[in-house]
Design a protein around this ligand. Structure first.
Ligand code: M6R
Length: 600
């Protein structure tokens, strides 16, 4: 979702902004823009579409040592040039980029800005017009910016430049992510350290409600009470090579291929030389009477697998909750609840609003995330890192399997403390190693999967994934993967549930992918396959070697049945990849989607 970059104190501002925006493309956007000022004149360039479209209209004469840039994912107003950021004040003095949603913009407009002519439909324009309004009332820019920030409600990350005093960037955040990067003779801002890691690896964490005034050699941080405070920077350990595609045509394919290595890394980090998990975390979970897993999208699907693993290995009941629902309909909680937030990005607004409430209730929580120092990481009681390396493709792959593996690590240590027999008997290190090998076997069969995809999904507008138990959890994840990047309408279903209604949609050649990995229900799912075949469905079976028939198309190696999703999801990820490719879609940045969903 929207991305912000900014720099003060560098001669090649324009290049730094464009390069930074390219690194933020993965977040999802539909227009982009930059504003650069050379101390005398400012240049504003905005375009709909991709960064490469913006680059085409940026002329050589644009230069300056200060600038801000933005990728916009439309919320208020269509993706047009007028609605793209930076937004500017009526007198064209102030330029502002914004990530988030200002909820009281209508009210602010009628209270303060009834005489102002607006040129966009955005909530953002209200913020920049307000700065101008307060400046015209006699406030200096710092005070006008602070006043605006004190009035706006909702979520925001702001970067503002005053063209009449163009050596400072005014920065503020609330709920939306924003970092300040510290350089030698320059400073930067960005929504994600990835965007500026080639400039600096020193970053400042900003808290909600804080304001920063950033110059090239100095920065001033003001807390919520307007008191100037100091804060040390921290080092971001990110290898710029991790965020390159290398020789891969798409990030998604690279990330699918990285999964065996991620399994080995998790095993090495958490399970070598004993067990490397915070003892206090393990004790707190073991003393809880119910675990609530809160997540969205693919992370929610990983939570469904985690529930099976945690309940079996710890005997503690687990509820898995869709974050956007749970936050507004909190059920009666158990007496000693423990919350797990699963989030690749660590920034998902739906999940964060639940964490805020959990913190207000002073309940313990764990964030399992791929992004250390992200908002949910910082605000939860305990943290575990996914160690998957940056995931850039919008379609989540390696983060999903890493989330399952980390939940298994947690279940194993908590269950061991609780003397659970399954936990005591589970050799998780060995299982993760088998999972890595099983994944690799599938990854090595790409050509076969590519041709299966062609035969199976060509000219199809609808598809189904079915399974039972953990296979059902993998079915809904596989369906999400296929629909989000191929745009084929796909549903994941509990195999036994089809006959209660949905089977009416099965027609001649309707593609149905069936997972058969659950020992208790393998034969029942075979029965459901017969039912859809009898109605004309074209069935593709992904089965564990233990239950496979000789004519099943994809046969998986066998590991502990609770962990089988680590392997069984991989062919589904590749089917989705090739279906998207075959349809000529943008695999890594599918339409309408954002990687980091920072608005509710
Ligand atoms: O960063 P998060 O894991 O919290 O993101 C949650 C969802 O937006 C995300 O998993 C989404 O469903 C995936 N991009 C789908 O592949």
């Amino acid at each position: 979702m929207c991305g912000i970059v900014g720099v003060v104190g560098k001669l090649n501002t324009k290049e730094i902004l464009i390069n930074g925006l390219q690194k933020l493309e993965y977040r999802g956007y539909d227009s982009a823009g930059i504003y650069v000022n050379d101390g005398q004149n400012g240049s504003l360039v905005k375009e709909t579409g991709k960064i490469k479209d913006l680059e085409k209209i940026i002329t050589d004469n644009i230069s300056g040592e200060i600038g801000i840039g933005h990728t916009r994912w439309a919320t208020h107003g269509k993706p047009t040039v007028e609605n793209a950021h930076p937004q500017f004040s009526e007198d064209e003095r102030f330029y502002l980029v914004h990530n988030g949603v200002i909820t009281n913009y209508d009210e602010l407009k009628s209270t303060y800005l009834s005489d102002v002519k607006f040129v966009s439909q955005t909530d953002t324009e209200v913020a920049v017009q307000l700065v101008s309004y307060f400046s015209k009332q006699g406030m200096n820019t710092t005070d006008a910016f602070k006043k605006m920030v004190s009035l706006v409600e909702g979520s925001f990350a702001f970067g503002l430049i005053d063209s009449q005093d163009a050596d400072r960037i005014f920065v503020a955040k609330n709920k939306s992510p924003l970092l300040v990067g510290i350089g030698d003779g320059f400073n930067v801002i960005c929504s994600d350290a990835m965007a500026m890691i080639d400039q600096t690896n020193q970053f400042l964490e900003l808290m909600d409600g804080e304001i920063v005034v950033l110059e090239k050699n100095v920065y001033h941080i003001f807390d919520k009470d307007n008191k100037e405070i100091s804060r040390n920077s921290y080092t971001v350990d990110l290898d710029p090579n991790d965020i390159s595609k290398g020789t891969y045509p798409h990030y998604m394919l690279k990330e699918v291929d990285e999964q065996p290595a991620v399994m080995r890394k998790i095993s090495e980090h958490y399970l070598s030389d004993g067990i490397n998990v915070d003892a206090d975390l393990v004790k707190t979970v073991s003393e809880s009477d119910r675990i609530y897993i809160v997540a969205a999208g693919t992370s929610y699907h990983a939570g469904l697998v985690g529930k099976e693993i945690l309940e079996n290995l710890t005997d503690i009941p687990v509820d898995v909750e869709v974050a956007s629902e749970f936050g507004y309909h909190i059920p009666k909680l158990s007496k000693k609840p423990f919350f797990i937030f699963l989030t690749q990005s660590g920034e998902t607004a739906d999940s964060r609003q639940v964490l805020v409430q959990v913190n207000e209730l002073e309940l313990p929580s764990l964030t399992i995330t791929n992004v250390k120092d992200s908002t949910l990481w910082r605000e939860s009681t305990y943290q575990m890192e996914l160690l998957a390396g940056p995931e850039i493709a919008v379609a989540s792959t390696k983060a999903y399997t890493a989330q399952i593996a980390i939940q298994a690590v947690l279940a194993k240590v908590v269950g061991t403390l609780l003397n659970n027999e399954q936990a005591l008997n589970l050799d998780l290190k060995e299982e993760l190693s088998l999972a890595a090998n099983g994944m690799q076997t599938i990854i090595d069969e790409k050509d076969m999967l590519k041709s299966l995809t062609h035969d199976f999904f060509e000219n199809q507008d609808h598809a189904f994934y079915i399974g039972r138990g953990v296979d059902y959890a993998v079915s809904i994840e596989s369906a999400l993967k296929l629909k989000e990047i191929s745009y084929i309408h796909t549903e994941g279903f509990a195999a036994g549930e089809l006959k209660h209604g949905t089977i009416s949609l099965i027609e001649e050649q309707t593609p149905v992918v069936a997972f058969i990995n659950d020992p208790n229900t393998a034969e029942h799912t075979r029965g459901n396959i017969k039912e859809v075949q009898a109605r004309g469905a074209n069935v593709l079976v992904i089965a564990n070697e233990k239950f496979a028939y000789s004519d099943d198309q994809i046969i998986l190696s066998s590991i502990n049945e609770l962990l089988e999703p680590l392997i069984s999801v991989v062919p589904a990820q590749l089917l989705a990849y090739y279906a998207s490719l075959e349809r000529g879609n943008d695999v890594d940045q599918p339409r309408n989607l954002a990687k980091s969903v920072t608005v509710e």
